[in-house]
Design a protein around this ligand. Structure first.
Ligand SMILES: Nc1ncnc2c1ncn2[C@@H]1O[C@H](COP(=O)(O)OP(=O)(O)OP(=O)(O)O)[C@@H](O)[C@H]1O
Ligand SMILES: [Mg+2]
Length: 320
């Protein structure tokens, strides 16, 4: 494996949703769910994307997973431009797992048929497909006999295992996991997370792991990207982000992170005002920032490199 090489890269990626103003229906407004995102994801790593609800995590995952077309920008997968189409030889190489194992499986299909489905577009014959189903069920810790079950016969955790098997069956190189365990109870959640970690090790897949749970991000990731109002406001190695959070928003998020020391005071800073404004010529975090300066009113911050593998969009760290 070519360790450290870039598997997926985005350049100024944007996804805007058009919404109509409630009062002036003719006026177009845009939710800039993903706005000017330029990232590089290394082969074999797990990049966690964290941020509050509405920050654009799912939209980013869906654009990278080719379920949504971007408004602008580029996506390169293994140096190939896949922004608008995926070449045939890359079919199945990027897969997604979503939060809800209940809606992810067709209730009328037996598990075997749900698992075979993604192989059909790849022209894999039924016999080979069934062998793969048996292998992947075993990989996710389910007995082969579950092939003939229907989803309603499975628990939430078992269903999510099937959903993971369904994503893996096409042998993806890049897996996007969008809150894959947040609907499961705590013990099932940790079983699935452990499973995902061991699969990653065995299959050497690259993960984009979307979560609002920092404990999960810390357990799963090598690097962390913090999203706010459609932008990646801070990105870096896990220890850089956890030990040296720089963006005021990252610090707020981490203030809500439970300390391993039970004696330490836990005083999360929870913002009162949650409406996000997609400013173009000032910092988007300005209305919530207690450290704002004059220049934050006049310009939008761009990425500043503060140390190796650590970038932040904040004027506090600008030299001039
Ligand atoms: N189809 C759509 N049409 C219009 N706006 C949308 C659409 N899908 C998402 N949005 C908006 O885009 C923004 C980003 O949504 P997204 O679902 O990507 O956020 P998220 O970070 O995944 O949030 P959560 O943590 O709640 O899952 C939100 O303001 C959301 O309301
Ligand atoms: Mg989401």
């Amino acid at each position: 494996m070519d360790e450290g090489s870039i598997i997926l890269k985005t350049i100024n990626l944007r996804k805007y949703y058009e919404v109509r103003s409630k009062i002036l229906k003719r006026v177009k407004q845009f939710v800039k769910a993903v706005d000017d995102v330029t990232i590089e994801i290394k082969r074999g790593e797990t990049l966690a994307v964290v941020g509050e609800s509405g920050s654009g995590k799912t939209t980013l995952g869906m654009v990278l997973g080719k379920l949504l077309e971007p408004t602008d920008g580029k996506i390169l997968f293994k140096n190939l431009d896949i922004t608008y189409s995926l070449p045939k030889n890359l079919l199945g190489k990027i897969r997604l797992v979503f939060q809800d194992p209940y809606s992810a499986l067709n209730p009328r299909l037996k598990i075997v048929d749900s698992l075979i489905e993604p192989l059909q577009i790849m022209n894999i014959g039924r016999k080979e497909a069934i062998e793969k189903v048996a292998h992947y069920l075993q990989l996710v810790g389910l007995p082969e006999s579950y092939m003939s079950y229907y989803p309603h016969m499975l628990s939430g955790g078992q269903r999510q295992r099937v959903v993971v098997a369904r994503a893996l069956i096409t042998e993806p190189e890049f897996l996007i996991l969008d809150e894959p365990t947040s609907m499961l109870d705590v013990s099932t959640q940790s079983q699935i997370l452990r499973l995902l970690r061991s699969i990653k090790k065995e299959k050497q897949i690259t993960y984009l792991f979307i979560t609002h749970n920092l404990v999960v991000a810390r357990y799963m990731a090598n690097r962390i990207a913090v999203m706010y109002a459609g932008q990646i406001v801070e990105i870096g190695g896990k220890s850089n982000i956890f030990q040296n959070p720089l963006h005021p928003y990252t610090r707020t998020l981490l203030s809500a992170y439970p300390s391993p020391n039970p004696r330490s005071q836990w005083n999360p800073i929870i913002p009162e005002e949650l409406t996000v404004k997609y400013y173009e010529n000032k910092c988007r975090y300005i209305d919530r920032c207690s450290l704002k300066m004059q220049k934050c009113e006049k310009n939008m911050p761009t990425d500043i490199k503060v140390e190796e593998d650590h970038y932040v969009k904040c004027f506090l760290y600008a030299e001039t």
